[in-house]
Design a protein around this ligand. Structure first.
Ligand code: UDX
Length: 455
């Protein structure tokens, strides 16, 4: 689009992680489609560049987090990283806003990830509008908000937790940084700290869709100008309105696309169990072994993403001994895999992107949550959205092989699986409708853009 016909200019700042950059990119593309110029900002420390061809006409810029060579892995602690990112990032973001604004297309709004709330302070110093974009669901944000307000006290004392807009929750349904706030103090501060200055945000966006979280969205929208804008999944997998939107634009690891797709192409409809625990989860060896055995005992074909760092945790000779039934890869094109008709079940850590992708493609899930928001997502997958099962743990907190096998069989061949498949149609349809023309998320994005133009 020609510069002089842009309706507005947004600077979109992504937090440097797989599960955060891609939703920001997908949202950027939706803005661009509505005539907004977008400058996407990532940190210099992102070692794998964004696939340039996926950027369309979005401009890519970088700021510094203070660890240009190596990023968070080079910091002494998460706390040290976040503090340095705040200091160096605030300064380099301000410099970038000045540079970009003097180039003839002034910035009107900074869209930022609330993991870095200081970005809103920078925007306000320049007199710009600020829009937070939460990359986790409303239900989880609502829990953190109540901790921030002091309404929900940690350590948790009650067994049943009652919060507005949410069903009764037990402590095991809480985000791990809440039920175990002591082990990860930096993460606790970061998640709860998302709300410190949120009252100054002009918009609060959440990567979810209204129909999925209606009750809690309605409740939270009474506090902030909150709007749902998801699922932030590339258009080609949903409404197909953005012709050049093929896949996500950022991969932390190189996907083994050809091998995965070739292997899936030969398989019957709904016959494959896809297993992936996202970009960060690092199970104990014992847990990895139990999952491996459960998978083997289920006697199903499987495609398992085991990141390079996790490979040593697989049982000895597992890959060789299961090669007739299974394919183990280090990274895959997850969207293409979930969209493939051969996939009948997703054994997932319930990261928010994976959850939203499975809901949007109508793939039933077996939840194997590990930390962060994953337990809450797993609770909703099973009891609220009825899109899967949460694998039960023993007294040591381990999912045993029999439990894993049972859950996979229930989904692949049991009555529960049949019910879930019926419900899956509904979510698939609603997810597509939300982002399609005139859908709940599409309207919210349009309303935002119209306001930018008039502000
Ligand atoms: C993290 C947290 O773990 C998660 O709980 C939080 O909600 C977001 O940040 P991550 O663990 O990476 O993210 O999980 P998830 O949110 O599911 O994101 C993983 C992304 O990587 C998904 O978009 C998925 O499609 C993609 N992926 C995963 C691939 O493209 N290939 C793979 O092989 C595996």
């Amino acid at each position: 689009m020609e510069r002089n016909v842009y309706r507005a200019h947004c600077l979109v700042l992504a937090f440097p992680a797989q599960g955060h950059i891609n939703p920001m990119m997908a949202f950027s593309k939706r803005l661009e489609r509505k005539g907004v110029k977008v400058t996407l900002v990532i940190t210099k420390s992102i070692s794998n560049p964004i696939h340039k061809e996926s950027l369309t006409s979005i401009t890519l810029e970088t700021i510094s987090d203070g660890y240009d060579e190596g990023g968070i892995a080079k910091a002494e602690s998460i706390h040290a990283y976040l503090e340095r990112f705040r200091q160096v990032g605030s300064q380099t973001l301000a410099e970038l806003i000045e540079k970009v604004s003097s180039s003839g297309c002034p910035v009107s709004c900074v869209v930022y990830d609330p993991f870095v709330p200081w970005a809103l302070d920078v925007a306000k110093k320049f007199g710009l509008l600020g829009a937070a974009l939460f990359t986790q669901p409303c239900v989880v944000n609502n829990i953190y908000y109540h901790v921030h307000k002091g309404v929900l006290k940690v350590p948790l004392s009650k067994t049943e937790i009652l919060l507005p807009g949410l069903p009764p929750l037990e402590s095991q349904d809480m985000p791990s940084f809440i039920y175990d706030s002591v082990s990860y103090p930096a993460a606790f501060d970061m998640f709860v700290g998302q709300f410190t200055n949120l009252d100054q945000a002009d918009w609060v966006f959440v990567n979810t869709f209204y129909e999925l979280e209606q009750k809690v969205v309605d409740w939270m929208a009474k506090i902030w100008p909150l709007r749902t804008i998801g699922p932030t999944i590339p258009s080609m997998f949903l409404d197909k309105r953005l012709e050049d939107d093929k896949n996500y634009g950022f991969d932390i690891f190189k996907p083994n696309t050809d091998a995965c797709m070739k292997w899936l192409n030969g398989r019957p409809k709904g016959s494959v169990v896809y297993v992936s625990f996202g970009s960060m989860v690092a199970f104990e060896v014992e847990q990895m072994e139990e999952i491996a055995w459960g998978l083997r005992m289920s006697n199903r074909c499987f495609l398992w993403v085991v990141r390079e760092s996790e490979e040593v945790k697989l049982p000895k000779n597992f890959v060789e001994e299961t090669s007739e039934k299974g394919l183990v890869v280090r990274w895959c094109p997850q969207l293409e895999v979930l969209a493939h008709e051969a996939v009948g079940c997703f054994v997932t850590h319930c990261g928010w992107n994976s959850t939203l992708e499975a809901l949007s493609f109508g793939v039933p899930m077996v939840g194997v949550p590990y930390w962060s928001d994953q337990s809450t997502n797993a609770k909703y997958i099973m009891d609220v959205w009825k899109m899967g099962l949460r694998a039960p743990v023993d007294e040591k907190g381990i999912i045993r092989r029999k439990a894993a096998e049972h859950c996979i069989r229930e989904i692949m061949e049991g009555e529960r699986g049949k019910e879930i498949k019926k419900i899956a149609f509904k979510w698939r349809k609603l997810a597509k409708e939300a982002v399609d023309e005139g859908g709940s998320s599409d309207k919210n994005i349009e309303e935002f853009v119209a306001n930018l133009v008039h502000s």
